[in-house]
Design a protein around this ligand. Structure first.
Ligand code: PFF
Length: 452
């Protein structure tokens, strides 16, 4: 069977952006920025995107498009019979871990969409917003049902294929998401006291910065740009032959960061205007957005549109997460695509129940913690803060020290058709020296070997 590719440069851009933009921007970015003190965290996050995220993204694109294979097969082809393929296997493992909690949060988003359609948020107050969120996550049965619905949607789109599934959905809906967040921003910025929220985002106070905040910013950069776990290798394998890989990486990273900032601008003015705590944690999105649109004409219609688009963003990101093991099973193990889609989705939905039930701290599962974290938090912590950065470090070492510079130049210049000499030199230097050094320092510090 002929291997599929995306059909144009625009399709490549929207599909890749569809992977990057997701709950990471709308849910995780605002609440982490809130917990770690605003502007200073943001500044470190930008540096991580520039010096770690971008070079690794280009490297993953290179591995994928050069070999046109899934993450495991691609590394095996570049260095046959070596252990480098374990980067791909570790990637598939990270994909499952992320999906266990991601599908849970996506379930809350779908549930919120349903509640918005029913009109449950009409005339909502702050106390009401908090109690509705509590009811949604504590179910205990309804969040599990929504998690299963989410995985049903993901499996269906994936079974349709790369072009008819992933490409079609992302190309239509990503532009809409931008428009909607901007409408949200305009409303949030016109709330009384909005300026305080913007100050919180822009005031850089490095004295608030801790080592944990730096590690979190780094983990968030990986999570945001879908790096360190083979997603961009897999998507890169579907890129067109004439795509400018540097250009795509820059455009995706920039647009993705813009969406995160726009989400922050929608959320923080509301937090301050209604007297919520910026450090409220994972519920921040769910408690603020219904308030943004309360008491304005057409507020409920906008709320429905907002949660619809957040559902889309979450869904397109999940397509890319599940595509990593899916491409492996179809190409390396000969499993038919629809069958692989259904089995993977079912396994994720079933194990994901652990994450969903662990959120209710008064339940049996929720009160069970290991070293201070429950299932949900462990899945999140191990993937974002450990596996993705380790995967990224290995990719940087692989490309920086195991692949010849001429080979890189040939593929990244599309066999000499693009003039990339100066950008290639900058990229190569950063990838060999700066990226691994930064990753190592943050790591050694986080495990307590290096103290500063
Ligand atoms: N980038 C996605 C987000 O920010 O929501 C999440 C994600 C997708 C992480 C794909 C990792 C991945 F491979």
């Amino acid at each position: 069977m002929k291997r599929e590719t995306f059909s144009s440069g625009l399709a490549v851009f929207f599909a890749t952006l569809g992977s990057a933009v997701g709950l990471g921007n709308i849910w995780k970015f605002p609440y982490l920025t809130g917990q770690y003190g605003g502007g200073a965290f943001l500044a470190v996050y930008f540096l991580c995107i520039l010096f770690v995220g971008l070079p690794i993204m280009v490297s993953e694109f290179y591995i994928g498009r050069k070999t046109r294979k899934n993450a495991v097969g691609a590394l095996e082809e570049l260095k046959p019979g070596t252990s480098w393929k374990y980067i791909g296997i570790m990637g598939a493992l990270s994909s499952y871990l992320i999906m266990f909690f991601y599908s849970c949060v996506a379930g809350w988003v779908y549930f919120y969409l349903f509640k918005a359609i029913k009109g449950d948020f009409a005339g909502i107050t702050m106390a009401n917003a908090q109690s509705q969120f509590g009811d949604v996550i504590m179910g205990p049965v309804s969040p599990i049902i929504w998690q299963f619905i989410v995985m049903g949607v993901v499996a269906t789109i994936l079974a349709m294929g790369v072009k008819d599934g992933i490409e079609k959905i992302t190309k239509t809906l990503m532009p809409l998401l931008f428009v909607l967040i901007i409408i949200c921003d305009i409303r949030a910025l016109t709330l009384p006291g909005a300026g305080e929220g913007i100050n919180f985002l822009l005031q850089v106070d490095f004295s608030k910065l801790t080592a944990a905040a730096v590690l979190t910013a780094l983990g968030l950069a990986f999570f945001k740009l879908s790096l360190g776990m083979g997603t961009m290798i897999t998507y890169g394998s579907y890129f067109t032959a004439d795509n400018n890989l540097f250009g795509t990486a820059a455009k995706v990273a920039l647009s993705d960061t813009l969406v995160s900032l726009l989400a922050g601008i929608a959320i923080f003015p509301t937090v301050f205007s209604f007297g919520l705590e910026p450090s409220a944690g994972p519920g921040l999105l769910f408690m603020t957005i219904p308030l943004v649109f309360s008491q304005i004409p057409f507020g409920n219609v906008l709320l429905v549109a907002f949660f619809f688009l957040t559902s889309i963003a979450a869904t397109t990101a999940m397509l890319s997460l599940v595509e990593v093991p899916l491409a492996y099973f179809t190409e390396e193990r000969g499993v038919a695509r629809p069958k692989a889609a259904i089995i993977n989705a079912a396994v994720i939905a079933i194990i994901g129940i652990l994450a969903t039930l662990s959120v209710d701290k008064s339940s049996l599962l929720g009160s069970y913690t290991f070293l201070g974290r429950g299932f949900f938090d462990w899945f999140d912590y191990i993937s974002s803060n450990v596996l993705l950065p380790v995967g990224g470090l290995l990719i940087a070492i692989f490309i920086g020290y195991r692949v010849k510079k001429e080979d890189l130049k040939r593929e990244l210049s599309n066999h000499g058709r693009l003039h990339i000499d100066s950008i290639l030199n900058v990229y190569y230097f950063i990838l060999r020296y700066v990226t691994p050094a930064l990753l190592l320092i943050v790591f050694l510090n986080s495990v307590g070997i290096l103290k500063f």
